[in-house]
Design a protein around this ligand. Structure first.
Ligand code: HEM
Length: 212
């Protein structure tokens, strides 16, 4: 890939991260009531997770998009940069989530007695399995490819990719659906990040079903 193309890929990633974090600040702090002290972890985590899911969904949609006639970041290097950025942001999301994983921040994941709720458990299970699959996917394309042919065939199969997107969708659905259908509750009239992320995953599913 030319230096210019690589720069475009990096600029695109910076734009996605900036818009995602900006939206989190706008919705939850400027329009919402989350205190500014929560910007460095709680709010940043929301922006980072939206950017992660956007970049990962785009990364696995590049080839089907090109089959459908849309050429976007079609070089191998650009795809790699998107994938690695998505993986790093997901790792940051997982670490940040663990730091503040308690009922004061995430009441939806817990029962009143402090144990995990059933929707919290299902959401986390889908998140953890999805995270494992992202790591396996990354392992296939990092470093030497020789000897990984069988695994590469599996992780690029339609079933694997749709399964991955389904897990992302379940992670988001169980944590967020109770709030999605109540626009009157949305802070500043803006949709929650879990819903926006779900729409991104849904688009990814549509592209991969029709173009892979
Ligand atoms: C070990 C695995 C994971 C854990 C423990 C985890 C944990 C969490 C938690 C606690 C939240 C709620 C955040 C909040 O409302 O502020 C969340 C939301 C989210 N997660 Fe994960 N997650 C995991 C994996 C993933 C993966 C693989 C992705 C895909 C890139 C992902 C994407 C998201 C997104 C987009 C949100 C929505 C943020 C929001 O609505 O605020 N997560 N996750």
């Amino acid at each position: 890939m030319s230096v210019k193309k690589e720069k475009n890929g990096v600029n695109f990633i910076i734009l996605v991260v900036a818009i995602s974090i900006g939206y989190a600040i706008l919705r939850y702090q400027i329009k919402g009531d989350v205190p500014w002290k929560d910007l460095p972890v709680f709010i940043l985590n929301k922006g980072i997770s939206l950017a992660a899911i956007t970049l990962l969904s785009l990364c696995i949609s590049i080839r089907p998009l090109s089959n459908l006639g849309v050429q976007l970041f079609s070089s191998r290097q650009a795809k790699k940069v998107l994938g690695i950025s998505g993986l790093l942001l997901t790792i940051a999301h997982v670490l940040l989530s663990f730091l503040i994983f308690n009922p004061s921040y995430f009441s939806v994941f817990f029962e009143e007695d402090g144990t995990l709720s059933s929707k919290g458990s299902l959401s986390l299970l889908a998140g953890v399995v999805g995270f494992m699959l992202v790591i396996i996917y990354h392992h296939c394309f990092g470093g030497v490819r020789a000897g990984k042919e069988k695994l590469i065939k599996i992780v690029t199969s339609k079933k694997f990719i749709l399964g991955l997107l389904l897990l992302f969708g379940l992670h988001l659905f169980f944590m967020g659906y109770s709030n999605w259908m109540l626009p009157s509750n949305w802070q500043g009239g803006l949709p929650p990040i879990s819903l926006i992320s779900f729409v991104v995953v849904f688009l990814g599913l549509g592209i991969n079903i029709s173009g892979r």
